[in-house]
Design a protein around this ligand. Structure first.
Ligand code: CTP
Ligand code: ZN
Length: 159
């Protein structure tokens, strides 16, 4: 037998494995999920694992938590290459390839105080300009870099 090069992390019984996260983004993924470590969940975080596809990747395994479709969509903003594996009784029962939404509606207020959505009962809508890594309010045209946009989402969702 050769020397194991892999960092061995156990399989989980029930929960979610977020795989193929861009290297170094695992903590941001946990942050958008609102996971601080004090919830009593069993979590494995692997940073800079070998990946045949991407060279390096991060992996997050969360026991006892099953991600919703909304949570999956937000993860896609930070980790567009991620795969969400739902595990039940040790088996992968669902594999979701995330894709960043093109439009985010009604999730956050527009940060522009003079935007019409702040003064009339209009649902906010942001277009994601993925090539430029910016979000754009379709009402006032304000453009927000992704990282700031994610910070705004986290703040407004209270995470
Ligand atoms: N996994 C786990 N616990 C389980 C089952 C799977 O932690 N009970 C993890 C695996 O270690 C892997 C991920 O979930 O990181 C996906 O598992 P699987 O689909 O079996 O692996 P691959 O075929 O390599 O996945 P992909 O094709 O998405 O790369
Ligand atoms: Zn606006």
């Amino acid at each position: 037998m050769g020397v194991a090069k892999e960092l061995i992390v156990s399989k989980i019984k029930d929960g979610t494995v977020i795989d193929h996260i861009p290297a170094g983004k695992a903590f941001e993924v946990l942050r958008v999920l609102g996971i601080k470590g004090s919830e009593g969940l069993r979590i494995a975080i692997v940073i800079n694992a070998d990946s045949t596809r991407f060279g390096r990747k991060d992996i997050v395994k969360i026991e006892g938590r099953f991600l919703s479709k909304e949570e999956t969509a937000i993860i896609a903003l930070i980790a567009p290459t991620a795969t969400i594996n739902i595990i039940r009784n040790y088996e992968v029962v669902e594999k979701r390839k995330v894709s960043p939404p093109k439009i985010i509606s009604g999730l956050i207020k527009c940060p522009n105080a003079t935007c019409i959505t702040r003064h009339e009962g209009i649902l906010t809508t942001f277009e994601l300009l993925s090539g430029e890594l910016r979000a754009k309010c379709i009402y006032c045209g304000m453009e927000i870099p992704y990282d700031e946009f994610i910070d705004i989402i986290l703040k407004q969702l209270g995470k």
